[in-house]
Write a protein that binds this ligand. Structure first.
Ligand SMILES: O=C(O)CCC(=O)C(=O)O
Length: 248
């Protein structure tokens, strides 16, 4: 899926028809083309307000899944169905909460990048613009080659822990059913209360970004040479004050 050129559309379809179509390669019934692919990321009852919880939206199917006890009940945030046709690739992105990705059926390739490699990923918000991570256009994204790639394949029954802020990119190697479970690994007041997807930046981070935007606007008042000089000073200040230096 390409979020830059939006090569996908949202459609409503009954769950059984969805599973049927996602699991077949050619469709007798389809929206756009007979070999179109399908991806479900389940939502809350009211997607604008409610948080996805398979126990609420799919109570019978939810019985089949035992979520490993990695967190206290109060930290639970959401549980989300991820059902995908073979071949669907989800762009590289991060979420702001810890996450268990549970593979129920089918195989999935997952590639991860450390949050410390954020500088090499050409981010637009929480997503990397480098869509083709296997054959990246290095003339356009030269820094991408510095990002260290961690790769694994999930088979039925495998559970992958994806820590908050770790970038991940998934490819369904086969039609597959997965569930991911997010939980609040930080105190609950850190998170944005309007977040229903587990991917809105913590409010302090959003404030910090807004302040940076204001700083950039202020620099625009200066001639280019001065703007460049003070931009470098700001970067140095951020590096010396906020970067973690004792990195292992
Ligand atoms: O499994 C997928 O297709 C995507 C998983 C994902 O983005 C997540 O677990 O946050």
């Amino acid at each position: 899926m390409d979020f830059l050129h939006k090569n996908f559309v949202y459609r409503t379809i009954s769950f059984d028809a969805f599973v049927q179509r996602a699991s077949e390669e050619k469709h007798a019934n389809y929206f756009i083309s007979e070999d179109e692919k399908y991806y479900l990321r389940s939502l809350g009852d009211d997607p604008r307000k409610d948080i996805a919880d398979i126990k609420e939206q799919f109570p019978v199917l939810a019985e089949d899944i035992r979520v490993p006890e990695f967190f206290e009940k109060e930290q639970f945030f959401s549980s989300v169905f991820r059902i995908s046709s073979r071949g669907v690739q989800l762009w590289t992105h991060y979420d702001v909460m810890d996450n268990l990705l549970i593979q129920v059926t089918g195989k999935k390739r997952v590639v991860l990048y450390s949050p410390r490699d954020a500088t090499y990923l050409y981010l637009t918000g929480d997503k990397s613009e480098v869509l083709d991570i296997d054959n990246p256009d290095l003339s356009r994204y030269p820094e991408f080659q510095k990002a260290v790639r961690y790769e694994c394949h999930l088979c039925p029954g495998d559970v992958l822990f994806i820590p908050a802020l770790w970038f991940h990119n998934t490819v369904a190697v086969e039609f597959g059913v997965g569930v991911n479970v997010f939980w609040k690994n930080l105190p609950s007041e850190v998170y944005d209360r309007t977040d229903t997807y587990g991917n809105k930046d913590p409010t302090a981070a959003t404030r910090a970004m807004q302040i940076i935007d204001r700083a950039l606007k202020a620099l625009e008042e200066l001639p280019e040479e001065y703007r460049d000089f003070y931009a470098r000073r700001i970067v140095l200040r951020i590096q010396s004050k906020a970067y973690r230096t004792n990195l292992e």
